[in-house]
Design a protein around this ligand. Structure first.
Ligand SMILES: [Zn+2]
Length: 112
């Protein structure tokens, strides 16, 4: 799985679910690589993502980012509040999420 896969979902009906899975996998890779480096990160429920649990996803995902940003000394964005009806904000959300994944991955090394 490449980091590039979690930038934006593919513009297909299954795009979001593919993204959600790949993004979840990258969080697991971060947790794994963090433990190799001697850091302990908690795992929260960020998959599956459904219409019904989207707020839980946003809350738990924010927690994961706060914890991983802290060990990597990354200035994190607010990824918790998002208006899914505003395409510009949604695109910005994906991008900011990706940038944090990229920063933390480069801090941790290990090719994740
Ligand atoms: Zn994330």
């Amino acid at each position: 799985m490449g980091l590039a896969q979690i930038i934006y979902p593919r513009p297909a009906e299954s795009g979001f679910q593919e993204w959600a899975w790949d993004h979840y996998q990258h969080h697991l890779a971060i947790i794994q690589q963090a433990s190799v480096k001697g850091f302990s990160l908690n795992q929260y429920r960020i998959w599956p993502v459904t219409q019904e649990n989207i707020q839980d996803f946003l809350d738990q995902h924010q927690q994961m980012h706060s914890e991983m940003d802290e060990i990597a000394n990354v200035q994190g964005a607010n990824l918790q509040d998002i208006d899914f009806k505003d395409k510009k904000k949604v695109d910005a959300w994906y991008w900011l999420n990706y940038v944090e994944h990229q920063s933390v991955a480069s801090f941790l090394g290990g090719g994740i």
